[in-house]
Unconditional design. Structure first.
Length: 368
C-alpha cells in the first residue's frame, strides 16, 4: 500500500489563488494587459503606424460634435475686434477696416469669406491629374470631422493617443525595472554587509531623499540638456531607486540572520551566492511590487517632464507632449486632445494602482 504525499502550495501559487479571487484585481489586470497588447501592436506597426498622416483639417472636431457651420465662422470673422488704444498699429488697422467697409458698401449681402475660390485649385487639379496618369494615388482630401477629432496639423487624435501610450508606458516600464535593480543591488550590499558599507549607502540615500523628488528630476533633466526617451529613462531610474533601496535593505538585514543563510555559510557559500541565490528569492516579491508601484509613478513623471518641455523631443509623441499642446488648444475651445490623453492616462494609472494594491496583498505571507 503506497502512501500519497501531498505537497503544500508555494508562495506564488497561493498568491495567484488570492489574486484570482479578487474581482477588482482581475479587471485591473485585464485593463493593464489590454494596454500592454496595444503597446506591442503599436511598436510593431500594426496599429497607429500612420499617426503622422494629416487625415483631417486643422482642429477637426469629433463626429458627435459635427463640422463647424460656415455661417458661424463668417460671422465670427466679420465681427470687428475691439480696438486696443495701446496698439502702435491702431491707425493702420483703422484705415484698413475703413477701406474694407467702403469696398463692401454697395453689396446687398454680407461678404462670404468661404465663397472665395482656392487660389491653388488649378495647380492641385493638375497635380492630381498627373498622379492619376502615372498610376499613383491622388492627394487625399482632409476630412472635416474624425471619430475623436484632430489636432492642429490634422493628426487623428485616437492614433496619436495610442502612439503616445507606447512612449509613456515604455518609459515607465524600463525606468521602473532599472530603478528597482539599482535599489535592490544597493539595498543588498547595505543590508547584508552592514558597517561602513551600510553607512556609505545610507549617506548616498540621504542625499537623494533630502531634495524634493520633482525638483531633483527637473534639475537632472536641466543639467543633461538632451531630450530623448533614453534620457528620460535614465533620469527616472537614477532618481527613483531610493524607495526599493530602503525596503530591500531592511529585508536583507532581516534575512541574513535566518537559519538557511547560516546553513549556506556553513557549507562554504560565497557572499554573492548567499545574497542573490539564497536570500533574493525570498524577497523577490518585494521587488516585484516595487516595480509595479514605480511604473505608475514614472508614467506620471514622464507626463510632467514632457508637459514642462524637458521630456520627449520634437517628432516623438507621448501623453505629456499631447497635454503640452492641449494647453494652447483650450484657449481656442479645442478640448478633445486634452480629454483623450487624460482619459487614457487616468484609466491606465488607476488600473495599475489597483492591481498593485491587490498584488501586494496577495504576496503578503501574513494574509491567508
Amino acid at each position: 500500500m503506497t502512501m500519497q504525499t501531498q505537497t503544500s502550495p508555494g508562495l506564488w501559487t497561493l498568491a495567484w489563488r488570492r489574486l484570482r479571487a479578487d474581482k477588482i484585481a482581475m479587471v485591473s489586470l485585464a485593463i493593464v494587459t489590454a494596454f500592454l497588447l496595444m503597446l506591442i501592436l503599436s511598436a510593431s506597426g500594426m496599429i497607429a503606424a500612420d499617426w503622422e498622416q494629416e487625415t483631417g483639417v486643422s482642429y477637426a472636431p469629433p463626429h458627435f460634435i459635427g463640422a463647424d457651420a460656415p455661417a458661424e465662422k463668417a460671422d465670427a470673422i466679420q465681427t470687428s475686434p475691439t480696438e486696443n488704444p495701446l496698439d502702435p498699429l491702431k491707425d493702420v488697422l483703422r484705415e484698413l477696416r475703413q477701406t474694407a467697409a467702403g469696398n463692401t458698401a454697395g453689396q446687398t449681402e454680407p461678404l462670404d469669406f468661404y465663397s472665395i475660390s482656392d487660389p491653388l485649385a488649378k495647380e492641385m487639379a493638375d497635380i492630381n491629374a498627373e498622379l492619376a496618369k502615372s498610376g499613383k494615388t491622388t492627394v487625399a482630401e482632409r476630412a472635416n470631422t474624425l471619430p475623436f477629432g484632430a489636432d492642429k496639423w490634422g493628426h487623428d487624435i485616437i492614433k496619436k493617443t495610442i502612439k503616445g501610450a507606447e512612449t509613456s508606458i515604455v518609459v515607465g516600464l524600463i525606468a521602473a525595472v532599472l530603478a528597482t535593480l539599482l535599489g535592490t543591488l544597493f539595498g543588498a550590499f547595505a543590508g547584508y554587509f552592514g558597517g561602513r558599507t551600510d553607512d556609505f549607502f545610507n549617506w548616498f540615500y540621504s542625499i537623494f531623499t533630502s531634495i524634493p523628488y520633482l525638483l531633483l528630476v527637473l534639475s537632472v533633466a536641466a543639467v543633461l540638456q538632451q531630450k530623448g526617451v533614453s534620457t528620460i529613462i535614465l533620469i527616472l531610474a537614477f532618481t527613483g531607486w531610493t524607495g526599493p533601496f530602503r525596503l530591500m535593505r531592511a529585508e536583507y538585514m532581516k534575512h541574513k540572520a535566518r537559519e538557511y543563510v547560516w546553513a549556506a555559510d556553513a557549507i562554504g557559500a560565497t557572499h554573492f551566492r548567499k545574497m542573490f541565490i539564497h536570500i533574493f528569492p525570498n524577497v523577490s516579491h518585494v521587488a516585484l511590487v516595487q516595480v509595479s508601484i514605480l511604473v505608475v509613478g514614472f508614467i506620471k513623471s514622464e507626463v510632467i517632464l514632457s508637459f514642462l518641455g524637458f521630456g520627449v523631443p520634437v517628432g516623438t509623441v507621448s501623453w505629456g507632449s499631447m497635454l503640452n499642446e492641449a494647453q494652447n488648444e483650450l484657449i481656442l475651445g479645442k478640448w478633445w486632445q486634452l480629454v483623450a490623453a487624460t482619459t487614457a492616462m487616468a484609466v491606465l494609472v488607476t488600473a495599475f494602482s489597483m492591481f498593485t494594491d491587490a498584488l501586494r496583498d496577495a504576496l503578503d505571507p501574513k494574509l491567508k
